[in-house]
Design a protein around this ligand. Structure first.
Ligand code: G3P
Ligand code: CA
Length: 328
């Protein structure tokens, strides 16, 4: 209930803003719609097919999470472990690769026994097929699509931008950079090399780990985005905003940093005062949004002035954004 009251408070601001032709974003332009892992609400995430659908649905930017194969190729997966989003567990030839996690910093996966991406060459990864990892989502496209490399994803964005006659941006996330560096795979050089010559749209490089972003500052024209979250309800971001402003262009907060059970927070205004764009995650049509329908939640955040939204359902976010921007 407190959440609903907070939402109504933000919605009140929203009504005032709707009367203005200006968006409440940092730039004054419309917020960008970021296809989180592609149109991952509809198709297995992080596949070329999910990215193509997202672009067809009007997403401005596609989001690939990045990890390294055994032979040092950047591929597109959310997790280092492979059982959640591929058919690896059903592949007899890989049965003996199953082992426990070897990254002590990967707190969510301490003790997990699985198949780990750094044990597989690109050629082996290419024999796997993607699966829908979210319970309750359509599984009819499981075991059809390949795992793409980052380069293939960039090529798709470029081709779709030409086809659509509009920019298509990319928003790569470096996953577990400290761990990968410890086994000889540093993100900096291969990431920048892959992005060299990409001109289809804006580029945002995001990470939960600040060090990789600090190292990239001054070495790329891409916008740098620090991901942040709450340690506990009511707490501020795990990294202070004034520190982030020293090296990043934008901040990617969990939604509850902007609007939580305790009400609307100061986060969005504070970030904007520091010149940081704000791209909260993750908007989902099919997961509970603290009592609100997905469209209602999106409208509240967009009207409040967020500069972009990560969503698994780009068509919904595009529709809400465009309706809010329409003079009628
Ligand atoms: O990158 C923004 C958001 O995607 C962070 O969460 O776990 O989905 O990568 P995750
Ligand atoms: Ca991500």
């Amino acid at each position: 209930m407190r959440w609903m009251m907070a939402a109504l408070a933000l919605a009140g601001c929203a009504e005032m803003q709707k009367a203005s032709p200006q968006w409440a974003t940092l730039s004054g332009g419309p917020p960008i719609i970021i296809a989180h892992r592609g149109a991952s609400g509809y198709l297995p995430e992080h596949t070329l097919e999910a990215y193509a659908l997202a672009i067809d649905q009007g997403a401005d930017v596609i989001e690939p999470d990045l990890v390294f194969t055994k032979d040092g190729v950047l591929i597109v997966r959310h997790d280092r472990y492979l059982s959640g989003s591929t058919d690896v567990a059903d592949r007899a030839e890989f049965a003996d690769r199953k082992r426990s996690n070897n990254d002590p910093q990967d707190a969510e996966n301490v003790g997990r026994v699985d198949w780990w991406v750094e044990d597989f060459t690109l050629a082996e990864i290419k024999t796997l097929r993607a699966r829908q990892p979210f319970p309750g989502r359509l599984k009819e496209h499981d075991d059809r699509f390949e795992i793409p490399t980052f380069s293939e994803t960039l090529a798709l964005a470029a081709a779709k931008a030409v086809q659509a006659g509009r920019p298509v941006g990319v928003y790569p996330e470096t996953k577990h950079p400290t761990f990968f560096a410890s086994i000889g795979d540093d993100f900096e050089a291969p990431l920048l090399a892959a992005l060299e010559g990409f001109e289809a749209g804006p580029v945002f490089i995001q990470s939960f780990e600040p060090e990789i972003l600090k190292r990239l500052k001054g070495k790329t024209t891409a916008m740098l985005v620090q991901l942040v979250y709450q340690y506990e309800p009511g707490a501020g971001p795990n990294i202070p905003l004034d520190q982030i402003a020293a090296y990043a262009d934008a901040v990617g907060p969990s939604k509850n940093l902007i609007l939580d059970d305790g009400g609307a927070t100061e986060f969005l205004a504070a970030a904007h005062r520091l010149g940081l764009s704000v791209h909260p995650w993750t908007f989902r049509d099919d997961l509970p949004n603290l009592g609100m329908a997905a469209r209602e939640e999106l409208a509240i955040f967009i009207n409040a002035g967020v500069d972009g939204v990560f969503t698994d359902f780009p068509d919904t976010a595009v529709a809400v954004r465009d309706a809010l921007g329409s003079p009628n």
